[in-house]
Design a protein around this ligand. Structure first.
Ligand code: IVH
Length: 668
């Protein structure tokens, strides 16, 4: 191949991948499967590796970020990033409208937009290329986070069309709610602390010094403000539409309003419709549409006079803090939880609130008996946002974080750089031991039916099961005399324990509950090292060379295997007959019949459990997703599937297949 041929192929691949990125992340309507996308990407990576002379910092391959930690440079904003004046009621909106009308003394329009609750970002483009991404900072200067911004797939690295040579565009980096919940589920599974809310996580992610880590976070970005000397139009809304045509993700949800009434209609509509969005908003932004009018109105010291925000009322409850519990989880992390006098909030009765950690309690200066304000934000559990200090009784006691484990009395430790206190007695602290057993038997791990948290509690309390290996020496006769366990359930449990010996190695590895080793990581490790013995001997370097395994996971694995007790446990489990090696058919699982196909499963099945079907999909190279979209290749329909799902699949033209059809597919 000649040099020009190579250059042309590389350029075509980049162009193609950019288009697919745009269709997927900006338009939400991809035209190729993930598998086809990955194949194109692999081809490009390969060519760029072979011909480094064609390196391009804007290549789609560069979006994976870099593992090198960087200190951020401070960059001065060309146009200061001012904040908006806030209003909280309709009277203040009317005042704003009248002020603008009086100052302009001519007809004007107001663009109503949603107020996205994320982290603001300024992007600078020169000659159609993204040259800089900067955080708001103090409004005058911010951090140069270009490397991080480049990992956000909805932000174009190169744009198309009739754009000005130089301009700045501002917007909000955020995390969609469903992605946030998914990320937290995965963190909990891996024994990590869940993030508290999407906004802080988005802001924190932008400031990570390692862009490879940023690339793992499901960040997205809406753009809402175009600035520059040479803009296409002197109307804000027209500029947004232009920017959309260049490839930016401009929200559809805005309206050009000609009267106060229309503005109120917009506000009222979104005050309730906001709960149906897949991202958080905390209000509405009003902007004068005409840029010449904006200039005439100008700025105060802090805010533009041509724009204002209207903040929705956060749903707040006011109640009394009765006491604080300290809960110890499977990893030993201690979580403080507030017990509240029950209060009605956003349609539910709230009795408990998360207190996160010791620093949070300290920052609130919380006292027992305090009257507190609770809010439901993006979080699953409500949180205390403020203390009514005036209502505090003079003799009330401050909440003190415990120094010793409430379960086993061991002195707590706080590892450097972590917010949580831990009980270090992982070997015999009851909730840690029971938590590990519960994790071990859970469906995605060893799937031992008939054993639940209560039975584990019982078996633990009568000394029959002190660790997971003890399960394999249980006898039905030992179980039968126990409360609630009749002969039938005792036999079922033993059968189920026996069955679990067939569970494949990746799930056994996950079941061991190594910190940060969730389901996906366990699979990656199992396929990379093939057996527990090879994994045990792997060096930090060998571990981090596996895709998606970073220093922290590697460190946790090494520390797990350096504990003699864990080695002993594994030996006992090996003797019991558990799978600690990858079977040949599992090893050969890659590039099989379902490669690149995306599935949604719905309903219940007769030959397999839902989890088994999901596992089969993955084992044969397919991908599971939870909701139907134009990207779904098949809907596997079981009994009792919801009619809405069926209708949606039909509307999208997605083939609906039965369990039998699915089994036939695997046999192909
Ligand atoms: S325009 C001068 N539009 O709200 C006007 N801001 O306090 C600049 N925000 O820091 C901002 N949604 O992070 C604008 N549709 C929207 C917005 C928005 C959210 C944030 C932004 C800014 C803050 C203003």
């Amino acid at each position: 191949m000649s040099n020009t041929d190579i250059a042309r192929i590389i350029e075509q691949l980049r162009e193609g991948l950019n288009q697919h990125n745009y269709r997927y992340y900006v338009l939400n309507s991809p035209v190729i499967s993930d598998y086809e996308y990955d194949q194109l990407m692999d081809k490009l990576i390969e060519l760029e590796r072979k011909y480094p002379e064609y390196f391009d910092p804007d290549s789609p391959t560069q979006r994976v970020g870099s593992d090198i930690n960087v200190e951020f440079k401070q960059v001065k904003h060309k146009y200061p990033m001012l904040s908006l004046g806030n209003t909280y009621n309709e009277g203040e909106i009317t005042d704003f409208y009248n002020r603008v009308a009086k100052a302009l003394n001519e007809p004007f329009e107001i663009v109503c937009e949603l107020k996205y609750d994320g982290a603001s970002i300024s992007l600078v483009y020169e000659n159609g290329r993204l040259v800089r991404g900067v955080t708001r900072g103090d409004g005058t200067q911010g951090d140069d986070v270009t490397a991080n911004v480049k990992t956000i797939k909805s932000i174009p690295l190169k744009i198309k069309g009739d754009y000005p040579a130089e301009f700045e565009i501002r917007g909000e980096v955020f995390i969609p709610r469903n992605k946030f919940e998914q990320m937290n589920r995965e963190r909990i599974e891996a024994g990590e602390e869940p993030f508290s809310n999407p906004r802080n996580t988005a802001a924190g992610s932008l400031k990570l010094q390692n862009s490879k880590q940023v690339a793992q976070r499901p960040l997205d970005c809406f753009l809402y403000y175009l600035l520059g000397e040479d803009l296409p139009s002197d109307k804000h809304a027209e500029n947004l539409e232009k920017a959309r045509s260049w490839g930016f993700k401009i929200p559809e949800e805005y309206k050009v309003c000609g009267s106060l009434n229309e503005i109120f209609e917009f506000i009222h509509y979104w005050d309730t419709a906001r709960y149906e969005l897949n991202y958080d908003i905390d209000g509405i932004v009003l902007k004068v549409n005409d840029i010449n009018q904006q200039k005439r109105l100008g700025f105060t010291a802090k805010n533009p006079r041509w724009a204002i925000s209207y903040k929705f009322k956060a749903e707040q409850g006011y109640t009394k803090l009765l006491s604080v519990d300290f809960q110890v989880g499977r990893t030993g992390a201690v979580t403080p939880v507030a017990n509240l006098e029950p209060v009605q909030l956003a349609g539910t009765i709230v009795k408990r609130a998360s207190l996160h950690n010791a620093d949070f309690i300290k920052s609130l200066d919380l006292h027992i008996g305090d009257m507190v304000f609770v809010e439901k934000g993006g979080e699953i559990i409500p949180k205390i946002v403020k203390v009514d200090v005036d209502a505090r009784k003079p003799d009330s006691e401050p909440v003190r974080f415990i120094t010793h484990c409430p379960e086993c009395g061991t002195e707590l430790v706080r590892p450097e750089g972590e917010a949580a206190y831990y009980c270090p007695n992982s070997e015999s602290c009851p909730p840690q031991v029971k938590g590990r057993i519960e994790h071990f038997i859970s469906r995605k791990a060893m799937n031992i039916d008939g054993l639940g948290a209560e039975t584990i509690d019982l078996l633990y309390s009568v000394n029959l099961v002190k660790d997971v290996a003890d399960l394999y020496s249980l006898h039905p006769m030992q179980l039968m005399p126990l409360e609630r366990l009749g002969e039938k359930s005792a036999r079922n449990i033993i059968r189920s324990i026996e069955e679990s010996k067939k569970v494949p190695f990746p799930r056994v590895l996950y079941a061991l509950g190594i910190r940060y080793v969730g389901e996906t990581v366990a699979k990656k490790l199992a396929y990379a090292f093939k057996s527990i013995d090879k994994l045990k001997d792997a060096t930090q370097e060998e571990l981090t060379s596996v895709d998606e395994i970073g220093e922290r996971i590697a460190q946790s694995i090494i520390s797990f295997f350096s504990n003699e007790k864990n080695i002993e446990l594994i030996e006992r489990l090996k003797k019991a007959g558990l799978q600690f090696e990858l079977k040949e058919e599992e090893e050969n699982r890659v590039s099989q019949v379902l490669n690149g196909k995306t599935f949604v499963i719905s309903g219940t099945f007769s030959n397999h459990s839902r989890d088994e079907i999901k596992e089969l999909i993955e084992r044969y190279g397919g991908k599971n997703t939870s909701s139907l979209s134009s990207k779904t290749d098949y809907l596997v329909a079981g009994e009792n599937m919801g009619p809405a799902k069926l209708a949606k699949a039909e509307k999208l033209g997605i083939p609906i297949i039965s369990e039998e059809d699915f089994e036939k597919m695997l046999q192909q």
